[in-house]
Ligand binder design. Structure first.
Ligand code: KG4
Ligand code: ZN
Length: 359
């Protein structure tokens, strides 16, 4: 089975081909990611209309490059998958229409994929991980703890009650004039910083809820920055280090509680796994903290390689392959969804509107 995956939900135009090798193990045959960072840099964030136009002009070429890397014609594909949500509607329409056109023209099955499912199943692509596992999904738009017990079986145990973690990194970077995207910039600045200089809060830590909150941490950092302004390079480094340390402590506290709950629920699972995924999972310090937590409890720790943490086509293709193998396809009438919760039964925590729950 060979599946083409198309990703256009935010600011990466991406296409990939995944399949299984002779032994049935997952294999990435091509993975092309074209970042639009430069197109948005001057605006300090992703501009939806610019993103949609950039996807439109680049996507055909990105798909061509992926097929060239995979060394096969489109006709040898078994299915075409594309992110159908959640994300920016213009970009989603570009990817979805392209995928539908290819599927219709080639007479192949089409699969509309939830972007979050792509992140949620990445550990199965990279590590052939068996269900169930506990997932910490940390990206620009989402911060969730999800109990993953099968394809399509996602129970959301926690979410953020305000900012997503990637968003908190991006806003912190903006405040400290570190540029966009913020996560990698904060991580880099923190390398030279002293995390102990500022006592920043660890929101919700120690509390029974598994949910996250980052707005208080962001405000505490802003108040320290305003108190010190103008900031020296040392101040910026120390603030970033303190922020990252606080975030790390929060993730370990929340994940630790969720692991206890998972242990009770799945007592028969001998070697449970803690999985981290999403753009923020590229952060080396946060990964190290979670890895130490997992090992201290005798759990496995699975984190995708850095190039599969951010948005890419391989994880979309993989989710498509998993669904296709189960005999599923999507109708060509499938409409893009700017909001599309992974667990549709979970209660909306930060509001819902006509288009559904925000997170
Ligand atoms: O998964 P992703 O590529 O896009 C979404 O689906 O949202 O995640 C992007 C987010 C951005 O907020 C970015 O600042 C953050 O991931 N990020 C990081 C790092 N690399 C990317 N955050 C912290 N540390 C990093 N090294
Ligand atoms: Zn993502």
């Amino acid at each position: 089975m060979r599946v083409l995956g198309i990703e256009t939900s935010c600011d990466e135009t991406a296409a990939a081909v995944v399949g299984r090798d002779r032994h049935g193990r997952p294999a990435i045959l091509a993975n092309v990611v074209l970042s639009q960072i430069e197109a948005h840099e001057a605006f300090g964030g992703v501009v939806p209309e610019i993103a949609a136009r950039a996807h439109l002009s680049a996507l055909d070429h990105v798909i061509e490059a992926a097929m060239r890397d995979a060394g096969m014609p489109l006709s040898r594909l078994d299915a075409i998958a594309a992110t159908a949500g959640p994300g920016l509607i213009g970009g989603l329409m570009v990817g979805l229409m392209t995928a539908k056109g290819l599927a219709a023209g080639l007479g192949k099955p089409f699969l509309a994929i939830n972007h979050l499912e792509g992140h949620a199943l990445t550990a199965r692509l990279t590590d052939d991980l068996a269900f169930p596992y506990l997932l910490l999904l940390v990206s620009g738009g989402h911060t969730q703890i999800v109990c993953v017990s099968g394809v399509g079986a996602y129970e959301r145990w926690a979410t953020t009650i305000d900012d997503a973690l990637g968003e908190a990194f991006d806003k912190t970077a903006k405040l400290l004039a570190l540029g966009f995207p913020g996560g990698p910039a904060v991580e880099k600045a923190a390398l030279d910083g002293d995390p102990a200089r500022f006592a920043l809060p660890r929101p919700l830590s120690g509390q029974a809820t598994l949910n996250f909150s980052f707005s208080g941490l962001k405000t505490a950092l802003r108040m320290e920055a305003e108190r010190l302004a103008p900031l020296s390079a040392r101040d910026v480094a120390d603030l970033c280090a303190a922020f990252q340390q606080a975030v790390g402590d929060v993730l370990v506290d929340r994940a630790g509680r969720a692991m206890a709950r998972f242990g009770e629920r799945f007592a028969q699972v001998a070697a449970p796994a803690l999985v981290v995924a999403g753009g923020v999972a590229a952060n080396v310090v946060l990964r190290a903290g979670l890895e130490a937590l997992a090992f201290s409890r005798g759990w496995r720790f699975v984190a995708p390689p850095l190039h599969l943490c951010g948005d890419n086509g391989a994880v979309v293709a993989w989710a498509g392959l998993e669904r296709c193998e189960r005999g599923e396809t999507s109708p060509l009438s499938f409409a893009p969804r700017s909001r599309w919760p992974l667990d549709e039964t979970a209660e909306a925590v930060i509001g819902a509107g006509r288009r559904g729950a925000k997170a």
